[in-house]
Ligand binder design. Sequence first.
Ligand code: NAG
Ligand code: NAG
Ligand code: NAG
Ligand code: NAG
Ligand code: NAG
Ligand code: NAG
Ligand code: NAG
Length: 710
Amino acid sequence: MASFLALCFLLLPGVLSVAPTCPDRCDCQHAQHLLCANRGLRAVPRAQLPKQADILVFSLAGNFIQNITASDFSRLDGLIRLDLQYNQIRKIHPKAFEKLSKLQELYLGNNLISVISPGTLQSLNKLKILYGNSNDIKEIKPDCFGNLGSIIKLRLDGNSIEKLPDAVFKSLPNLMYLHLESNKLRYIHRNAFINLTNLRFLNLSGNKQKSIRNILTFASLPSLTTLLVSENEIQHIGNHVFQNLKKLLKLSLSNNKISQVELGALKGLSNVRELLMDGNELVHIRSGVLDPLERVEEIDFSRNRIYSVEPSAFTQLQHLKILKLEKNQLTSLSGGIFALNGVLYNLYLNGNNWTCDCNILEFKQWMNTAHSQGRLLTVFVQCQHPDALKGRYLDYLNSTQLLYQGNNSQPCGSDSPVESLAGGLLESAFPRKELNIQADQGGVGQTKKPHAEKNKRKSVVPRSGSPTSAAGKTDTGRVVSSSRLGFPLVTDPCQFNRHFIVNVTVSQVSSNSATITWSVREHRSAPASAVSFRVLFDRFGQAVRFPRFVYVRDGGHSVTLHELSVDTTYMVCVEGLVGGAVCQVASRDHCTGVVTLGTVRSGADLQLVTMAMLGVNALLLLLVGGAWMGRRLRRRLQHRKSAVHVRHMYSTRRPFRAMAPAVASDFTSYQSSRPRMCPVDEGDLIEFPCDRFLDNNSTRRDEALQRFTD
Ligand SMILES: *[C@@H]1O[C@H](CO)[C@@H](O)[C@H](O)[C@H]1NC(C)=O
Ligand SMILES: *[C@@H]1O[C@H](CO)[C@@H](O)[C@H](O)[C@H]1NC(C)=O
Ligand SMILES: *[C@@H]1O[C@H](CO)[C@@H](O)[C@H](O)[C@H]1NC(C)=O
Ligand SMILES: *[C@@H]1O[C@H](CO)[C@@H](O)[C@H](O)[C@H]1NC(C)=O
Ligand SMILES: *[C@@H]1O[C@H](CO)[C@@H](O)[C@H](O)[C@H]1NC(C)=O
Ligand SMILES: *[C@@H]1O[C@H](CO)[C@@H](O)[C@H](O)[C@H]1NC(C)=O
Ligand SMILES: *[C@@H]1O[C@H](CO)[C@@H](O)[C@H](O)[C@H]1NC(C)=O
């Protein structure tokens, strides 16, 4: 022992310089703070300071103290904060804290305490924060907290508490944060939370709850905003169990075994913004269950076993922005299922059992429309069935494929199938909140005077509705006409960008100019919707928007950009104007990079940059996310690594088409020589070389850095 102490002493030279009255090995440089954390102490040191009552903070964390005796703190009656965390405390004398009537914060976490004798905390009536987390407490009773009326935050997580008895927190009316996660709570008395009228936050995750059934359990928590009950064993959520949680903003039931949610289970949760039910055993989402969630913005149903969702399940959720349904067993969704979710922009659907036949056609059309209006981020729907389409993305399938490949002996549409080369070019087919689709008239594809029939609730096509009529009658809508009439008719600039502009190339690059050339696929356009082009360009990685663009009238297919800066990287994108309108989402498909020549290196080869992917990414982010995303992107590009995280937002559509062949092959070989650092689970996604900026040995990286740091 003596040698141990000596050793510690030697290791802590700074200690020698402190006032002689300071306890051995502690730091008393601040007159009112006694800091003895991490000093190898085995007992609470005796302070010999003249004015002990002036000490406000006493830190003893990270020592080897086992016992707290009655006299340890008996002369420190002015103490406001006492930190005893990370010791080996088993026993606390019932009178240990008797004199600490001014104490506001007591940290006892990460010790070996199994019992706090009644009365130990009796005199702490000013206490606001009590940490008892990560101990070995098995039981708590109302009298533990007898006089702690001021407590605001109580941590009891990481213990072995098995039950919460009647009114156990009744004397804590000011409590706002209660941590009970990672215990063994099996039984919670229906009145356990009584009198917690100010409680905002309750974490019950990581316990052993098997169901939530009792209406009273959460009924006395009117101020609760966050309720976390993930990682339990809950199978069943009863009716009205949350009905008094009028202020609740976040409810997490993730990673339970929930297979049954009563129709009225979510009643009363009118303020909830976030509902997490991922990792459960749900199989079916009924309409009506979610209706009480009037203000919900994010719902996570991923990793369940959902195979069906009723078409009107989401119709009341006007504020829904993010919906996660990934890793379920959905085969199809009804075409109008999200028609009334006007602000939905992020939809996670990958990892389902998508069956790409005519049943999903309307849904695909909805998706295409939402994309083309810039309302929706890219959604990955990878077909699993039929075999012929397995692994393909719904986005790329044309309706002919959906209609005939579904191993239906009969194609779904009996008369001529809709030629939806672009997948439903239905301008304003979904006017927000005025959508009307009726199974009997069969018209996702139809724009039916939206003002005439207002917002009927039951207007969504049921999945079982006849797809035949749905597909058959759309020819009255503003749909691209059939190729039987010659070349496809173009009406929508987004679709035009996506499908008709090809072969964007750069040539004649000098130090201040470059020529951009592109081709256009054969098409028809109505006289009123003549096609012309514009070329956007900007220094790469700099602006939030594209401030510069050049219009190319009269059907020209090339343009020379002048007055570019010397030795600078530009991103250049070509997009179409159809009838004077441009796509609200910038073209992600037809961008390319140009590096103007430097003056010193005049005569050097032209430098085309292998940065189409970055360009694609930047554009998408800029336009979709606005300034916020733009800022993040730039930050990401500055810290190169994080480019990886935006991988899922890439357009997967032929992103390299616009590049010169030499560059493209260069890029390909570059890519294939790299280890696959970021596995992509979607078959034909273009993999972004995520390690590109991380490889310290690569000279290529340095070049890239210089190039991209504008
Ligand atoms: C703590 O108390 C227990 C029993 O009261 C005793 O056996 C043990 O030696 C004490 N530990 C120290 C370090 O004083
Ligand atoms: C609940 O708190 C109120 C004061 O806020 C008190 O009067 C009442 O006795 C408490 N209830 C219980 C069961 O202790
Ligand atoms: C709630 O408890 C869970 C399980 O221990 C934990 O993972 C989570 O971080 C906690 N949440 C908060 C906000 O404390
Ligand atoms: C997936 O869907 C097909 C029908 O399209 C069905 O035959 C198959 O059983 C489904 N698989 C699973 C795992 O649900
Ligand atoms: C639909 O796709 C199939 C297969 O790729 C193709 O043969 C067919 O021509 C396409 N139809 C139209 C109208 O593009
Ligand atoms: C298509 O359907 C027939 C019977 O209708 C069945 O025998 C055949 O196996 C199916 N093919 C595929 C690829 O599902
Ligand atoms: C685009 O380029 C490819 C190969 O260079 C060529 O086969 C194709 O015809 C071009 N497309 C158009 C529309 O010019």
